[in-house]
Design a protein around this ligand. Structure first.
Ligand code: ATP
Ligand code: PRP
Ligand code: MG
Length: 287
């Protein structure tokens, strides 16, 4: 049975459970449950601390896991990123009291507080900077106020937490992170060297959810002589479906369109002469 690690707490937990449900897997109902067996799909889910997911996957005791790219790199695990999942997006940045530092070189000889010591140490080493890394479990923004560090390195999403602590980011982002699906470095090969079909299915299902989230289905009618111009605006993933209408002067077109471009594409189609433009959500797909 395929073993999959899902974060049990924090920012990753709820969206990770949601994506698994959308992919058709059973998920725990009670946050106190530590393991859930989805016998129909041949998958066993383990609910683990977000930080520990990469450790279990790297050790090979679970086959796949969901974690943050930042947590994966910080762990030093040999697990590898299989697929970016598009949620829990954040940047990982240095921040210091407003106006006190503006380049990575300013960190030399200073004390950096962080919960991501592995990530910070390797970044500082890469830049040839010598600094003391003060490891804290969380709420690192307070470390400067309380005098245990001169600056911090932490996850930044909206920047609200930093602002509230009187801190400002400086230098380039150390990392752009989001939730990722990870596997053992040798995944794909199960014990007898046979690829595990449940693993392939899970990957394809998650990919299907991501596509369904990123695209809408657009239907419209278009004068036949304008169809080439219209399909240039909605090329779809492979090729749009063009069907005849009872009125031979018109055709019907169906195509997948990036969700973010929905309104701009409708405006453009209308301008070209398309009418009856309809947009539908995609509940699921397999490409
Ligand atoms: N405000 C946020 N916005 C987006 N992603 C975030 C945010 N905070 C954390 N993350 C992401 O979530 C993951 C870490 O989750 P979280 O902060 O819940 O765990 P943790 O800090 O290790 O655990 P805990 O805070 O419970 O000790 C990282 O990948 C991080 O980039
Ligand atoms: O830029 P923002 O939108 O303010 O979000 C960033 C904050 O969110 C996370 O904290 P979390 O809630 O995980 O607490 P923690 O520091 O105790 O881990 C992160 O560590 C930052 O503190
Ligand atoms: Mg946290």
């Amino acid at each position: 049975m395929l073993r999959v690690a899902v974060p049990n707490k924090g920012s990753l937990s709820e969206p990770a459970t949601t994506i698994m449900k959308e992919a058709g897997y059973a998920q725990r109902r009670d946050t106190k449950e530590l393991v859930l067996t989805d016998a129909d799909n041949g998958v066993e889910f383990f609910y683990l601390r977000p930080r520990d997911v990469a450790v279990y996957v790297g050790a090979g005791t679970v086959d796949l896991g969901i974690t943050g790219r930042d947590l994966l790199l910080d762990s030093g695990s040999t697990a590898r990123e299989v697929m970016a999942l598009g949620f829990a997006r954040s940047t990982f940045r240095f921040a210091a009291p407003a106006g006190s530092m503006d380049a990575v070189s300013d960190i030399d000889g200073r004390r950096v507080a962080t919960s991501y010591s592995g990530l910070v140490r390797s970044h500082l080493d890469e830049h040839g900077i010598t600094a003391e890394v003060v490891h804290l479990d969380g709420a690192v923004e307070t470390a400067v106020t309380l005098g245990v560090a001169d600056l911090i390195a932490d996850v930044v999403e909206t920047g609200t937490t930093l602002r509230n602590a009187g801190l400002e980011v400086f230098g380039d982002p150390i990392l752009r992170s989001e939730a990722v699906l990870i596997s053992r470095s040798d995944a794909g090969a199960a014990t007898q060297g046979e690829p595990d079909p449940a693993l392939d299915t899970l990957r394809r299902r998650l990919h299907g959810v991501l596509v369904a989230r990123q695209y809408v289905l657009m239907d419209y009618d278009c004068p036949a002589e304008l169809v080439e111009r219209a399909v240039a605006v909605t090329p779809g993933l492979e090729s749009p479906t063009v069907s005849p209408l009872h009125d031979r002067a018109w055709v019907a077109v169906r195509s997948m369109v990036p969700r973010k471009q929905t309104n701009a594409v409708m405006d453009e189609l209308y301008r070209i002469g398309a009418r009856g433009i309809l947009v539908t959500d995609i509940a699921a797909c397999r490409l």
